[in-house]
Design a protein. Structure first.
Length: 237
């Protein structure tokens, strides 16, 4: 793979990620980088380009990719913006779980309907069937930390999300991480780069595809999470 883009060294690639730990950041310790940032750094390590992280809510990430304000986002594959971006992936996969407290066990999808409420991060996509299911009682939340806090207070009865995000938030709230083993698995979801079709870096689409393909590991994001959690303190919830 060529070692540089056809841009000057001062060219900046604006990027965004899920706007909460452990993805866009990890802890107040500046030596501990968010796992999503590390993943993008890995993909672009041989490309001479500066990265500028924009910490946007999900809805603004979607809008900014459409307008070209944002060059690129590393998020779960999102088909709503399929006409506005080039999807480059997968870079990694993550388990998608529906987490409940120990007094509730979900074995089959149909049992989700008995839940009083399911915390769902606003504008995020987790599973096609689940995303389109309007019969489920979904409650919008801004982050995993908020969702797990509401679960702890019994304000909601469950939370849907990636294993990594849920594990991290359980640690933040000092809740039993063993709840993960009781969670219902919806399936796996792809992590991939979403490159705005209005970005000047569309000219380097082939290079980015090659970089993602060579960096792909099914458990890349989770490996990065485990590496960081072993020595980083948690962000305050």
């Amino acid at each position: 793979m060529t070692n540089n883009l056809s841009y000057a060294n001062d060219k900046t690639l604006s990027i965004s990620l899920p706007p909460f730990p452990p993805f866009d950041s990890f802890s107040p310790d500046t030596t501990c980088t968010g796992v999503g940032v590390i993943a993008i750094q890995e993909v672009t390590k041989n490309l001479k380009v500066k990265l500028a992280l924009a910490s946007y809510p999900y809805a603004r990430i979607m809008h900014s990719l459409k307008t070209g304000e944002l060059d690129l986002a590393l998020i779960f594959k999102n088909n709503i913006i399929a006409n506005d971006v080039e999807y480059i992936g997968p870079l990694s996969l993550s388990k998608v779980l529906v987490l409940t407290k120990n007094n509730i066990t979900i074995k089959h999808y149909n049992e989700l309907y008995k839940l009083n409420s399911i915390g769902v991060i606003r504008s995020a996509h987790f599973n096609e069937k689940f995303d389109q299911d309007n019969l489920l009682n979904k409650v919008s939340v801004n982050s995993y930390s908020q969702a797990i806090r509401l679960l702890k207070l019994d304000r909601i009865s469950s939370v849907v999300g990636s294993r990594i995000g849920l594990e991290y938030a359980l640690r933040q709230q000092n809740m039993d991480e063993a709840l993960i083993t009781n969670a219902f698995k919806l399936g796996y979801k792809e992590w991939g780069l979403h490159l705005s079709k209005k970005s000047p870096f569309m000219a380097e689409l082939a290079l980015l595809r090659t970089a993602v393909k060579s960096s792909y590991k099914k458990d890349l994001i989770y490996r990065l999470y485990q590496r960081q959690i072993s020595h980083c303190s948690l962000a305050k919830s």
